[in-house]
Design a protein around this ligand. Structure first.
Ligand code: NAG
Ligand code: NAG
Length: 303
């Protein structure tokens, strides 16, 4: 059992897509902010509502702010409901990401242990569309950006943004639509995060040097403060402990099971709908940047 579980093949499990055995992740459970998270910086720029079930991050010309998970996790499902900065949000970036650094990274200069799974929401002028940029760093290598427009206005309602991470794949979900899959392609020589726990982070900050129309649109500070609202705070992961390595080898958690090892046909159809209608940029198809298609892109069926 343990050995077959470890025997992951990037291309070898695509057959699952044709079966009907895949399933959406377990439904998130909404919990108060402080169950799973704590502020990281500029504590006075985080506001709490409804007993801490909802919070707001505030960006003004003095500072942005952010928070991080209390625990570190090796695999799991992490989900957040966010309502993005409304109105004129040009220049602002709201990020939700999962990051692992070996704990003594400060000692190593090459970042070769840097693993990261990123959602970045790039604001815009009133009425102009946000961009959702995603990226994946494994073993210090990033430069795997994809950019999409959303099919809704993310400032009007809360929507859920989540990451499912197991030995087989990383899936980015927007509500229940998978917008991106990064498979474990270690058999093709691509590193995959599997051996270091990660923390979950979120922040709101000013990035008007690049965020909106490539930096042409600057933050209008007369519109400050900029506010992003959060709730949900669902974390279902294998928490770091002396035994955390068993998270990777035993295959007993729900996300390890067969139905979560690949997307199903419907999920792939939804992802290709996003590709066809909403994708602005995909590094997998950028031949000027990558004359040879990166190996992990071979599993990206719409390329
Ligand atoms: C710190 O990093 C070095 C090299 O990156 C590694 O060999 C060592 O085991 C690490 N030490 C701890 C305590 O994690
Ligand atoms: C902002 O709006 C402009 C004009 O519609 C668009 O070109 C751009 O992609 C939008 N999003 C960002 C984040 O720049």
């Amino acid at each position: 059992m343990a050995s077959s579980f470890m025997w992951t093949l990037c291309l070898g499990i695509l057959f699952l897509a044709y079966g009907a055995i895949a399933a959406p992740p377990r439904a998130p459970v909404n919990v108060p902010f402080d169950r799973n998270y704590k502020p990281t910086w500029a504590f006075d720029h985080i506001k709490y509502f409804n007993g801490g079930n909802e919070i707001q991050l505030v960006l003004d010309k003095y500072t942005g702010t952010g928070f991080q998970s209390k625990g570190s996790y090796l695999f799991g499902h992490f989900s957040m409901q966010i309502k993005m900065v409304a109105g004129d949000s040009a220049g602002t970036v709201t990020a939700f990401y999962v990051r692992g650094f070996y704990h003594n990274l400060s000692l190593s200069s090459d970042n070769s242990e840097h693993d990261e799974i990123d959602f970045e929401f790039l604001g815009n002028r009133t009425g102009q569309p946000y961009i959702l940029q995603t990226n994946v760093f494994t073993g210090g290598k990033g430069n795997r950006e994809q950019r999409i427009f959303l099919w809704f206005d993310p400032t009007k309602e809360f929507h859920s943004y989540s990451v499912l991470w197991n030995m087989y794949l990383i899936v980015f979900f927007v509500d229940d639509v998978p917008i991106r899959v990064f498979k474990n392609c270690k058999d093709l020589g691509v590193k995959f995060p599997f051996n270091q726990p990660m923390k979950i982070y979120s922040s709101l900050w000013n990035a008007d040097d690049w965020a909106t129309r490539g930096g042409l649109e600057k933050t209008d500070w007369s519109k400050a403060p900029f506010v992003a609202s959060y709730r949900g705070f669902h974390v279902d992961g294998c928490e770091e402990s002396v035994n955390a390595r068993f998270c990777a080898t035993q295959g007993k958690r729900w996300w390890d099971q067969k139905e979560f090892q690949d997307l199903d046909g419907l999920q792939y159809r939804r992802m290709s709908w996003v590709r066809q209608k909403y994708t602005i940029y995909n590094y997998c198809t950028d031949r000027s940047r990558y004359p040879t298609m990166p190996a992990e892109c071979k599993t990206d069926r719409d390329v």
